[in-house]
Design a protein around this ligand. Structure first.
Ligand SMILES: [Zn+2]
Length: 268
């Protein structure tokens, strides 16, 4: 969407195209992955499902809710730039209202950053309540990777799956980045790490032993491009099927995309 002109967006809206809003973070991902890892993975995922479902990909939200020590390493790392929950909710709510005002009716909020999850749902809820436009349907995907099949889970983790909260800058994210953007991974710096304590509760202020020094919450060296390829294919398939089921795609979508590529945009 960011690379489209307004008449192209108008034409997409007119033919019934939907839109995906990726919601990422700017957060440390250990010694070996970039700060934008969440937004990079999400934008790739959105682009992967966009065409068959006739969805535009909106510019991603690059800042997320406060990194928490037990799921993202916490705020103690240089480069982690977070915003408050009320800011996350306000930005997403406003952007969704804008998308609805522009005419989009099929809207997917695609989150990756663990800490954002409920706030993305809240933003979607508030935007729906505020606009009350008939026909609008908002789908919230908090963790597109959370239902991988047993064979893929086994390939990724063997018998060492630590839980998704600890899988930060570790096997899954590193494998996906090796598969999609190996040029952005400093894999020789990847480490296996974990917090000295990872209890079932949280504490404020943050106890130092809740935070692993590297920022990786689990075993990043177990990652590989092959694991990333397997997981990526399944995550894409699952997401496409889920969006198809909930939001569908207009019948004429494919033809309309082809027309667009031939330059048949309205005069403006
Ligand atoms: Zn991440």
């Amino acid at each position: 969407m960011a690379e489209a002109t307004w008449p192209e967006v108008a034409e997409a809206v007119e033919r019934g195209a939907g839109v995906v809003l990726p919601v990422g973070s700017t957060e440390q991902h250990a010694y070996h992955l970039p700060l934008a890892t969440d937004a990079i993975l999400l934008t790739e995922l959105a682009l992967a499902v966009a065409e068959p479902l006739d969805l535009l990909v909106a510019p991603p939200v690059a800042y997320g809710y406060r990194s928490r020590p037990l799921s993202g390493g916490g705020q103690g790392f240089v480069g982690t730039l977070s915003v408050s929950a009320r800011t996350v909710i306000a930005v997403i709510e406003d952007v969704v209202c804008e998308l609805i005002r522009c005419g989009f009716r099929r809207i997917v909020l695609l989150n990756w950053h663990y800490e954002n999850a409920s706030f993305v749902y809240e933003a979607g809820w508030l935007a729906h309540e505020r606009t009350r436009v008939p026909g609008v349907r908002i789908m919230i995907v908090e963790a597109a990777f959370s239902e991988l099949s047993p064979p893929v889970m086994d390939e990724l983790f063997g018998d060492e799956f630590p839980g998704w909260d600890r899988e930060h800058a570790a096997v899954l994210e590193t494998s996906l980045m090796l598969h999609l953007h190996p040029e952005l991974v400093l894999f020789d710096r990847a480490v296996d790490d974990e917090a000295a304590r990872h209890p079932f509760y949280d504490v404020i202020p943050v106890p130092v032993d809740f935070v692993p020094r590297s920022g990786a919450l689990w075993k990043a060296t177990r990652a590989s491009a092959a694991k990333g390829g397997s997981a990526w294919a399944e995550i894409g398939r699952n997401l496409e099927a889920a969006i198809q089921e909930e939001l569908g795609a207009p019948a004429a979508a494919t033809a309309a995309i082809m027309d667009l590529s031939k330059g048949s945009i309205p005069n403006g």
